[in-house]
Every structure is written in structure tokens, then in C-alpha cells.
Write a protein that binds this ligand. Structure first.
Ligand code: HEC
Length: 154
């Protein structure tokens, strides 16, 4: 009887030993799939959702900056009569960037008034020059010279 009971115990131990490795094989099989599927899922959606936002925002910005050049090309006379810029480019070397006078005399409104210069004299002087003052009729348009005369008296 003792031998039979030992056989029963050993067979029961073997049966439990066989069932336990079966349980351990199912455990790692279920562990690995969720580890793979979990990591790519959170990375991909934010990566895609951020990129279109960054791409769409620069696109309206250049399209907005294209519109102002179109409106300025419709008004070419306006930049042509930028008298302040014309003076800095052409006259400031001899008359000073603040019209204070260098080689040529001061051309502030007060200085011109004190010498009794009117608009016509200023336009004639710029157009034809006088002594060391060069003529500008071949380099500036009549509209530019008129704008410069108005600018100097302001
Ligand atoms: C190369 C130097 C030079 C440049 C450049 C020059 N000027 Fe003159 N300008 C003179 C000189 C010198 C005189 C004085 C001429 C004289 O009366 O002997 C003068 C005189 C004048 C006068 C008359 C001032 C007065 O009360 O008698 C005006 C106005 C004038 N310049 C405007 C201009 C303008 C506007 C420009 C730019 C488009 C210009 N000048 C560029 C040298 C220059």
C-alpha cells in the first residue's frame, strides 16, 4: 500500500510539474505583444499632428507678403518721390545728411529762407546747377526735382 501511495504522489507531482511549465510559457507570450504595440502608437499620432500645423502656418505667411508688393507696383509714382531718400543718395555728400551743409551750403528750410530762396530758385538750381553745384536734369525726373524742392522747404 505504501508503494502505491508513493506512486500516486509522484504521478501527482509530475502532473503538477507538467502543468506549471505550460503556465509559464503562456505568460511570456502575452507579455511581448503589448510591449511592441504600446510604444509605436503614442509616438506616431503626435509626430503627424504637429507637422501639419507647422507646415500650414508658414504657407499663409508668404502668401500674405506677396499681396503688398502687388499693391505697391500699382503705385510706382509714390516710391519715385521719396525725396528724403533721394536727398540722402544724391545730395547728402555735399549738403550733409541733416542738410547742415558740407561742401555745399546748408539746405535747411531756415537756411534757405534766410538767403531768400523760393521754390522756383531751388528747382532751377537743382535742375541746371550753379557753379560747383552739379545739374541734375539728366539724372532726376522733373517730379523728383519738384519733390526735392518741396522736401528742402519743409
Ligand atoms: C558735388 C557736390 C554737390 C552735390 C552732390 C549737390 N550739391 Fe547742391 N550745391 C553744391 C554747391 C557747391 C552749391 C553752392 C553753389 C554756389 O552757389 O556756388 C550748391 C547749392 C545748392 C542749392 C542752392 C542753395 C542756395 O541757397 O544757394 C540747392 C537748392 C542745392 N544745392 C540743392 C541740391 C540738391 C537737392 C542736391 C541733390 C539732388 C544737391 N544740391 C547736390 C554742391 C552740391
Amino acid at each position: 500500500m505504501k508503494i502505491i501511495s508513493l506512486l500516486i504522489i509522484t504521478s501527482a507531482l509530475m502532473a503538477s510539474a507538467c502543468s506549471s511549465p505550460a503556465a509559464t510559457t503562456t505568460a511570456p507570450a502575452t507579455m511581448s505583444p503589448p510591449a511592441i504595440t504600446a510604444s509605436p502608437k503614442p509616438i506616431t499620432p503626435p509626430g503627424i499632428s504637429v507637422t501639419p500645423t507647422a507646415v500650414t502656418s508658414p504657407q499663409p505667411t508668404p502668401s500674405v507678403s506677396i499681396i503688398p508688393p502687388v499693391s505697391t507696383t500699382t503705385n510706382p509714382p509714390v516710391p519715385a518721390i521719396d525725396a528724403s531718400a533721394l536727398f540722402k543718395q544724391n545730395c547728402a555728400p555735399c549738403h550733409g545728411f541733416n542738410r547742415e551743409g558740407v561742401v555745399g551750403p546748408a539746405l535747411t528750410a531756415a537756411a534757405l529762407t534766410s538767403r531768400g530762396r523760393n521754390t522756383q530758385f531751388i528747382i532751377d538750381t537743382i535742375t541746371n546747377g550753379i557753379r560747383n553745384m552739379p545739374a541734375w536734369k539728366d539724372r532726376l525726373t522733373q517730379a523728383q526735382i519738384n519733390a526735392l524742392a518741396q522736401f528742402l522747404q519743409s
